[in-house]
Design a protein around this ligand. Sequence first.
Ligand code: SF4
Length: 312
Amino acid sequence: MSNEIDKTFFKQLKSFAQALDWCEANHQPLSALAMAYEMHRRGVDEAAILAQTQTLIDQMRATVRAGSADASPTLSGLTGQLASKMMAAASAPCRLMSPTMLKMMAYALATLEENSRMHRIVACPTAGASGVVPGVLLALSESPDVALSDAQMQRGLLTAGLVGELVSRRMFLSGAAGGCQAEVGVATGMAAAAIVEVLGGTPRQVMDATAMAFKNLMGLVCDPVAGLVEVPCTKRNAVGVVHASAAATMALAGIESFVPLDEVVDAMVKVGQMMSPKLKESAEGGLAMTPTGQAFTQQLKAKGNVHSPESE
Ligand code: SF4
């Protein structure tokens, strides 16, 4: 099937509407188009793409395992014990959220804490937003009700990747260019898409979930305290899995996005352009400029240890 797609299709593929048309005309899920696109882009066969996707899943799992078991502080001391606290909460009865949702949050926190410890993570789409997609997929793989196989996770990750790719054709995926809507915002839409795909939703439902996730995080500013990718980034990833799950649940229930996904992305681009540079990774606005944020920054400066987030 994949090899039957005309190569010019991928050059012209710029919109989610085109992707949806292809899926509906060919009665294929979005993950099938994602696979064809990856084969075309990398010039390798399906087996190679699946092997590379599995390598990413294996690394996500290793990161989450390491981060969940490690309660040591990060280099700045800002985070380091969040995932272990959330893991403890996940094994206790909770009246608000399911054990799977609690685990999603714990895994997102674990990934960001590993990032802050300078350990290996899978940027998805960036390091600062690396917890959302692994959080949802890995927790769903361990959920007794869902029990995603690795093959299903591969489909989910491919779908998330195509969503990120199509967004990146219209906007830079970085807080410095578009605010956190371009990082955790995009990651949350990618995760919502992955959830709908692996739970058997239609391509249209995948798009609706992505649109609803994006709409809820549109305008999210990038305001890291002391320029470190820790506060608010770490907890923002944990809340991102909840946003993604809510958007996916609505889409699977048949709720549609009033504004089509392509228009939502275009609106995000415009919002990012209107956003003050002080709210785009400069640590000159938002939480970075609160008294608490400033006091912490001064402490780091006194130690001669102020970090720039531009490497994210
Ligand atoms: S707040 Fe800024 S640095 Fe932190 S995750 Fe969002 S975009 Fe990245």
